[in-house]
Design a protein around this ligand. Structure first.
Ligand code: NAP
Length: 331
């Protein structure tokens, strides 16, 4: 019987192991794609007006496209009008022959109280009936940045900006049972806290994570809880890790690509898939007495699930009160 050289055996075993590893990763990816979910409804949204903040790119852009495809009117609340208009042209091109609903660009910089007030005034004047407000705009930065009112931006833009906007529109939102969507993140469950001693200040926490961002996403959830308790039709969500412009300030080293690429490939959704969670929260998800933001429920993978975070009432109310003070103090 001919002998098989050891190198051949090793080579064959190595190839088999590599093939089964790649096969497992591909299978896992396919499983995840299925689990991440998709909004199936194609019902017309004609006659319904949505506002989406940060609609010019990423998740806001994809959610806008999905809604306008279903004949909705979408107000694209963006801080840069040139980007908003470019996004509109791109959506029209992508939709092609499908006519879709209306796209209305409107200027909104959530880092400026003046801009937020101007925007809210324009909404009051020009939109008689508002079906849904999606508080999507958000950012994560690596070096200190501040809003016009001198709040560091994770607190100022991700939390306080939408707090002021909703406050200015509150009568309308309550009266019309407008769906208020708050885009949070699973990061609210990871190393996040409401650091009252430093609210609105830049803090260099000793952590590999961007704690200021995680804290702001926890604020989003606490805020949604309070809105629910105060009678708003509110839905909070996590879109999952998505391929968008969100990571524009992240500067990976070459070995990060090497080490993390397979993990990222496994975990990363397209912006279109992540935006399904926004579309679901904006059009379909329902809150009940048992399953609502105040009880820790949020939209993830296009269904409702419960957060692992242990929310406490005192923090919830205190954050609300501190936010009221912050918007009143800067008047
Ligand atoms: N991508 C993810 O993996 C992920 C995961 C969990 C949660 N999220 C959340 O999803 C939301 C959308 O993120 P994305 O991934 O779509 O990021 P993105 O592609 O960077 O889009 C963010 C949007 O927010 C806008 N924005 C930033 N600062 C603003 C300000 N001061 N005023 C008004 N608009 C402002 C941006 O406008 P410009 O284009 O002018 O900068 C952009 O339109 C964020 O709240 C984020 O925290 C994202």
């Amino acid at each position: 019987m001919p002998l098989i050289p050891a190198e051949v055996t090793l080579f064959t075993a190595g190839t088999a192991a590599a093939t089964s590893l790649v096969g497992s990763i591909v299978l896992l990816r396919l499983y995840k794609l299925r689990k991440w979910g998709w909004v199936r409804s194609t019902d017309s949204l004609q006659g319904k007006t949505f506002i989406i903040t940060g609609a010019n790119t990423g998740l806001g852009y994809e959610a806008t496209k999905a809604l306008v495809r279903r004949q909705a009117t979408v107000v694209m609340a963006c801080r840069n009008m040139a980007k908003a208009n470019a996004a509109i042209a791109q959506i029209r091109e992508e939709l092609g022959a499908q006519r879709g609903g209306a796209l209305v660009p409107m200027e909104l910089d959530l880092g400026s109280f003046r801009s937020i007030r101007k925007f809210a005034g324009e909404v009051q004047r020009t939109i008689p009936s508002l079906y849904c407000l999606v508080n999507n705009a958000g950012l994560a930065v690596r070096v200190p940045e501040y809003t016009q009112e001198h709040f560091e931006v994770h607190f100022g833009v991700n939390h306080l900006g939408q707090f002021l906007l909703v406050d200015l529109l509150k009568e309308r939102l309550l009266e019309q049972r407008t769906r208020v969507v708050v885009v949070s993140s699973r990061m609210h469950e990871i190393e996040a806290e409401i650091d009252f001693a430093n609210l609105g200040r830049w803090v260099a926490y000793s952590s590999r994570l961007n704690r200021l961002y995680n804290n702001s996403k926890l604020m989003n959830f606490y805020y949604a809880r309070e809105l629910y308790k105060r009678g708003f039709n509110v839905h909070v969500l996590c879109p999952g890790l998505c391929h968008t412009d969100f990571f524009r300030h992240y500067e990976p080293k070459w070995y990060h690509y090497l080490v993390f690429s397979p993990i990222v490939w496994l975990m990363l959704r397209s912006a279109e898939q992540g935006a399904q969670n926004i579309v679901y929260a904006a059009t379909e998800s329902e809150t009940t007495q048992e399953r609502n933001p105040a009880k820790g429920y949020f939209v993830s993978n296009v269904k409702i699930r419960r957060s692992k975070f242990h929310f406490d009432e005192e923090t919830s109310v205190r954050l609300w009160n501190e936010s009221v003070k912050a918007i009143e103090g800067a008047r």
